[in-house]
Design a binder for this molecule. Structure first.
Ligand code: GZL
Length: 325
């Protein structure tokens, strides 16, 4: 059901696709001639979570017989916007994307709406006031993830007298998970005035970013007791910096992260990370089901929250053998 347009169908050369700006522009195939074609503009490949999310979306498209056109925006908003415009030009049946940051999407989303192409937000959301610009938002409750992380620390610090100095490794500046995880964590630790965030800086959700920022914290911030990292990858980078400084991660400095990808869960099972709030990347099947409903004109919920949990070290040891990601 590749949309036919009365307008002269624009020939979309490989050049137009390469104008999407770097990254991997691939047609994962799978859809039959009269099947649904989805344009998917992915954030990038910045973390273990993203890698798992990309694979799950591509596998789910194949299983659903949906022809997936995929672009990796290398964490640049301008590349995602170019990719969305390319999908509009190709007259795909539906567009899905994970907005790298919350703001700056209204213009291109209106272009998709004017072209009659529905958009599904997956993983991250936008701050557009006009919610008619997208059909639904499928993703985690990032505020709750931050709250879970903070609530664990409040409980774990209950027997500790005196100040507990926290350094925070923030995700990508302006990204919904970074803003919301900070909000949720701060709300939770407000219950204990001894818990203080003494330094906070973005590590851009990458392992190298987390390591570099943690190295600076260790140089400039005295008496660090806890690291709160907005994802496992930055927490793993912090572990490298802490060990290089001759300290024991999980003991000299406690570490709390979000995601629960395999490398993070392994560090948790080894006691190098102390607690992880899960963020489920396996959104593919739900995304394809929503896409089919939206293309067929069926009603869908405005918000679909993904199910997830939390892990202690003992729980990680139990979960690892059967962990899918
Ligand atoms: C959260 C997702 C975040 C992950 C990071 O849903 O957008 O982006 O927590 C990833 O690991 O880079």
């Amino acid at each position: 059901m590749f949309r036919k347009s009365l307008m002269t169908t624009l020939a979309v050369s490989a050049l137009a696709l390469s104008a999407c700006g770097g990254g991997d522009n691939s047609d994962a195939g799978g859809g039959s001639e009269d099947g649904i074609t989805m344009g998917f503009a992915q954030v990038g490949a910045e973390s273990g979570w993203r890698t798992a999310n990309t694979k799950d979306v591509q596998d789910a498209a194949k299983a659903a017989g949906i022809d997936l056109k995929f672009t990796d925006a290398q964490q640049k908003q301008e590349n995602q916007i170019k990719a969305i415009r390319s999908y509009i030009q190709q007259q795909v049946d539906v567009i899905a994307f994970s907005p790298v940051v919350e703001s700056g999407w209204d213009t291109v989303l209106k272009e998709a709406k004017d072209a009659g192409i529905p958009v599904i937000l997956t993983d991250r959301s936008v701050d557009s006031a006009d919610t008619s610009l997208y059909a639904t938002f499928l993703g985690s409750d990032f505020v709750q993830e931050g709250k879970s992380a903070g609530e664990w620390l409040v409980e774990d610090s209950a027997a500790t007298d005196g100040p507990v100095n926290i350094v925070e490794l923030q995700g990508t500046t302006g990204a919904a998970p970074a803003l919301d995880r900070k909000e949720g964590f701060e709300a939770a630790i407000a219950a204990d005035p001894d818990l203080k965030i003494v330094s906070s800086q973005t590590g851009d959700f990458t392992r190298s970013g987390g390591k570099q920022v943690m190295e600076a914290f260790l140089k400039n911030t005295p008496d660090i007791d806890v690291v709160y990292a907005h994802n496992d990858d930055m927490g793993l980078g912090a572990i490298e910096a802490i060990e290089a400084a001759g300290m024991v991660p999980g003991k000299d400095i406690k570490i709390i992260t979000v995601d629960a990808v395999k490398d993070g869960m392994t560090a948790l099972s080894e006691g190098k990370i102390n607690f992880i709030a899960e963020c489920n990347p396996l959104l593919g099947a739900q995304l394809m089901d929503l896409a089919e409903k939206v293309v067929n004109g069926e009603d869908v919920p405005a918000r679909v929250v993904t199910e997830e949990t939390t892990f202690t070290s003992e729980q990680a040891k139990e979960a690892l053998p059967t962990r899918k990601y």
